[in-house]
Design a protein around this ligand. Sequence first.
Ligand code: 13P
Ligand code: SF4
Length: 312
Amino acid sequence: MNEIQQSIRELAAGKNAIILAHYYQRPEIQDVADFIGDSLALAQKAAQTDASILVMCGVHFMAETAKILCPEKKVLIPDPTAGCSLADSCKAEDLAAWKKQHPDYQVVSYVNTSAAVKAMTDVVVTSSNAIQIVNHLPKDSKILFGPDHNLGAYINSVTGREMELWNGCCHVHSRFSVEALLELKKQYPQAKVLAHPECKQIILNLSDVIGSTQAILNYVRQHTEEKDFIVVTESGILHEMRKACPEVNLIPVPPEMTEGVGCSCNECEYMRQNTLEKLYDCLQNESNEVIVGKEIAEKAVLPIQKMLDWSK
Ligand code: 13P
Ligand code: SF4
């Protein structure tokens, strides 16, 4: 650990703080965290921790979810402007209008949404548990699903449901190059293609394993004999994969408009807004506290808690 990482660890110990990080965080942040996980694991960890301060190294909706689950704790985020293009694609007023057009529908929302959207939701899902949660609802349920159209279409295809889908997408996952993936598959015919369900349908159709960041990582951990893996998600995940399985060959798929293949990674600039310096400052000053209004938090906790209960 370098000097600033050691100082962060000392500060965290002195303040009874826990540092949670998503797999898309910068490697040096992942290395200093107490816990790294996908959206579901981060929410589960937040719900269980007895630390008094929780620093969420991720994007804003992740910190909000933690705050909703732990209203009595101080939840900090190194950069409070770290947003999510997908969450931004469906505002609370958009969802209110959509619900008005479909009065007898239940709302299933991806966790990549604001607290205000969650407050109008019946049950939240993450990429880890979406199939399980939707299957938990009665077969004849009429469902509005948002905001990720790619994930919604994937859930429909697996569960046989006909959920109405919001037309949102993640600017990172919808940009992977199909041509580059086809080229890489030709170059590495034995490689397994691992994709996040936020990717376009055509990418998912070319993939062997579709799952959350945690599921993709677990697959590599459990199949090291397979040697080559083509990875179609944000490249931050490669750090933990390389640490866990240094002997395998990880091949990231580049975004569209990149020259060559395997030479450029696809990064979420929002996730990368958090830096070690910002993490140190927010912990030192206990700044960038995440606040969720009481009325919204009381409503939003219900669909999140339902998801956690149904994921057990
Ligand atoms: P995971 O829950 O799979 O980690 O995904 C979060 C996310 O933001 C994907 O873009
Ligand atoms: Fe949001 Fe996409 Fe970034 Fe995930 S990768 S946080 S969905 S913008």
